[in-house]
Write a protein that binds this ligand. Structure first.
Ligand SMILES: NC(=O)c1ccc[n+]([C@@H]2O[C@H](COP(=O)([O-])OP(=O)(O)OC[C@H]3O[C@@H](n4cnc5c(N)ncnc54)[C@H](OP(=O)(O)O)[C@@H]3O)[C@@H](O)[C@H]2O)c1
Length: 335
């Protein structure tokens, strides 16, 4: 790896990957719609463009030897079309550009939600099939994108797919702030002892670097999919409480049944759709199912093929998160 493109290099995971690449003295370019001061300060070349624009993607990929395709439209709300254009068409543009420009290898960031089948998933490995239906456009379009990458690898294009679950850590812009924002209003959903996998952001970033390096050493890994995690399933409410504690906030109180949460998700989705409300509803059917089930994965394959292990323990990660939130709070108070 000498010249690397990270799509979404200014995002939460993308930035962590960029930092680790820079640490290895690799020249990095980021591609996204926005321009990021943090990347500028790190000396990262930035190309502003939209994944939905094939020509912009083609130009960004020019001259690269490795692409980390991290950018996506995340979240659980928005039209199917808006997800499809970024996650599916955007990924097709990245693959086409890589092949046209002779890029050696691609690491694609997927998500375990592509195989979530609305029921408990305990210690499942990568052989678990895709479900027939999805409750939200995000997992559906991420699965379609994953299939595009798999197809390209069957045709000889070197690529690896990673499925990190619930990424968290300093600078998180989704999970941790989502929990903090709802502090005092959050309620536990379904069985409280269900386990989930999570992954500290720097571990997820490291897995991406390992994937690119191992793919270079062993092209036979191409087309493989890997779950990656802290390898330490935890109760989701215990983890939510650990995030709240790191922010100096009290734990989640109260409980609703899985059925009530699902009905609330259905209700909010119906009302928000009817009234064309853009904001994400407080509950969706997909979130209700995810909150009321276990989902943790066997990461033996990532350990064996990539040499991955959670370098940063959950305890250490929480310490880093606490320090970050406290610094952020102090800056906020000063301003
Ligand atoms: N966070 C998690 O817990 C989690 C779990 C599993 C998988 N993942 C996957 O990990 C990846 C990164 O997620 P993240 O949490 O780091 O999300 P994030 O912080 O929201 O980053 C997403 C990045 O994608 C870029 N992007 C979005 N739409 C774009 C478009 N149309 N054209 C160009 N760039 C676009 C955004 O930049 P601009 O807005 O500036 O364009 C942003 O930098 C995604 O593929 C996601 O599916 C995340």
């Amino acid at each position: 790896m000498e010249k690397v493109l990270v799509t979404g290099g200014g995002g939460f995971l993308g930035r962590a990957i960029v930092k680790q690449l820079l640490h290895k003295k690799i020249r990095v370019t980021s591609f996204s719609r926005g321009r990021y001061q943090a990347l500028e300060q790190m000396g990262v070349d930035q190309i502003q463009g939209d994944l939905t624009d094939a020509q912009a993607v083609m130009a960004a990929v020019n001259g690269m030897d490795t692409v980390f395709h991290v950018a996506a439209k995340p979240g659980l709300w928005g039209s199917y079309d808006s997800y499809y254009r970024v996650n599916v068409t955007g990924t097709r543009h990245v693959i086409d550009a890589c092949r046209a420009q002779g890029v050696d290898k691609l690491v694609y960031t997927s998500s375990p939600s592509v195989v979530f089948n609305d029921s408990h998933m305990e210690n499942v490995d990568e052989s678990v099939p895709y479900p027939d239906t999805y409750l939200a456009p995000y997992p559906k379009t991420k699965a379609m994108a994953e299939k595009l990458v798999r197809k390209a690898s069957e045709q000889g294009f070197l690529s690896i797919i990673l499925r990190p679950h619930l990424i968290w850590g300093p600078e998180d812009n989704h999970l941790v702030p989502g929990i903090i924002k709802r502090a005092g209003k959050l309620k536990m959903v379904g069985p409280t002892d269900d386990l989930v996998d999570t992954i500290y952001v720097d571990n997820a970033a490291w897995a991406h670097i390992l994937a690119a390096e191992k793919l270079e050493q062993n092209p036979e890994l191409s087309g493989r999919i890997y779950f990656i995690s802290q390898d330490e399933p935890v109760s989701k409410w215990q983890m939510a409480n650990a995030f709240l504690k790191a922010a100096g906030l009290p734990p989640v109180k109260g409980h609703v049944s899985a059925g009530v949460a699902y009905a609330a998700g259905w209700f909010f989705e119906t009302v928000y759709k009817a009234l064309r409300i853009q904001k994400e509803p407080p509950m969706t059917r997909f979130a209700a199912r995810e909150l009321a089930t276990s989902h943790w994965f066997d990461i033996t394959r990532a350990k064996k093929d990539l040499g991955y292990y959670p370098k940063i323990s959950t305890q250490e990660g929480l310490k880093q998160l606490e320090q970050y939130l406290s610094r952020k709070n102090q800056t906020h108070l000063k301003n």
